[in-house]
Design a protein. Structure first.
Length: 282
């Protein structure tokens, strides 16, 4: 009798210890991430002489000189406009292609297509650079918005497709059959039944893809130029050989990070809910 009572208690204790350890690890990781962002943020308001001071100066008079320098020396509003145009366009095009592709993979069991998209997703972006650069140079697409948008679609499209596979698999087939019996075509059943039921997944996929496109760096660095410079590449411009302007760099990095952070906080409920729904199999 004592043995039977002791065994459940041991399992309960083990689960509690596991939960405590997992929570502690997550808390430490969150603190580390927030500290890095906090350090970048306060450095953007510090005078240059105090940024690299050791030990760190916690008490100082905030200054906006770094932000003034960033906007005075660089057309950051243009760079932000480029980032918005490229990110929104690439996500829109990828949704238009990726949603039917994911539905087709699920509906018609197209495993090879899913594998091909996964391989493309796993390949590093640098592997596309040489053929794309040669092709773009011949077609006159270097430093153009359409050219950069196409490269971002290469990154965003597989992500959207794979995120949506789980959602489309969860849509009951009986609802599609009922729509077909009522006179809908296959396209009508897709747009009127499957898409409305998958809105949480579409929202999550769009948000993740937008963030991935916003933070993309390598394609604009090699295939872009002054006309298509985005915010991440503009931040890179504050790194010079043998010298780093830490104040301006921190201010520019804050400008790049804050819009994405605000977006993530604003839609975290939809993002978390959408990914959770896609992960649960009924």
């Amino acid at each position: 009798m004592k043995r039977l009572l002791h065994e459940p208690m041991s399992r309960t204790t083990a689960r509690r210890i596991e939960n405590v350890v997992s929570g502690l690890i997550l808390t430490l990781a969150l603190i580390a991430f927030l500290f890095l962002f906090f350090w970048m943020f306060i450095s953007s308001f510090k005078p240059n002489l105090l940024i690299t001071r050791y030990p760190p100066a916690w008490a100082f008079s905030p200054t906006l000189e770094h932000y003034v320098q960033v906007f005075r020396q660089n057309p950051f509003l243009v760079y932000m406009s480029n980032s918005l145009i490229i990110a929104l366009s690439s996500v829109g095009v990828s949704l238009a292609i990726g949603l039917p592709a994911a539905y087709s993979i699920v509906k018609y069991k197209q495993g090879p297509l899913a594998l091909a998209l996964l391989v493309i997703r796993m390949l590093p972006g640098i592997s596309f650079m040489i053929p794309l650069f040669i092709l773009y140079k011949r077609l006159g697409l270097l430093d153009t918005h359409p050219g950069i948008i196409v490269t971002h679609v290469l990154t965003v499209l597989p992500l959207i497709t794979w995120v949506m596979l789980g959602f489309f698999e969860d849509v009951p087939g009986e609802l599609e059959d009922a729509a077909l019996i009522d006179g809908c075509s296959q396209l009508g059943a897709f747009t009127r039944v499957v898409i409305p039921l998958s809105v949480p997944g579409i929202t999550a996929a769009a948000i993740l893809s937008y963030i991935a496109s916003w933070n993309n760096f390598i394609f604009v660095l090699i295939l872009g130029g002054p006309k298509t410079m985005t915010l991440p590449l503009a931040v890179y411009g504050f790194l010079a050989y043998g010298q780093v302007d830490w104040g301006a760099l921190s201010a520019a990095a804050t400008i790049v990070t804050v819009p994405v952070l605000i977006l993530a906080l604003a839609v975290q409920r939809y993002l978390a809910g959408g990914l959770t729904m896609g992960a649960v199999k009924g």
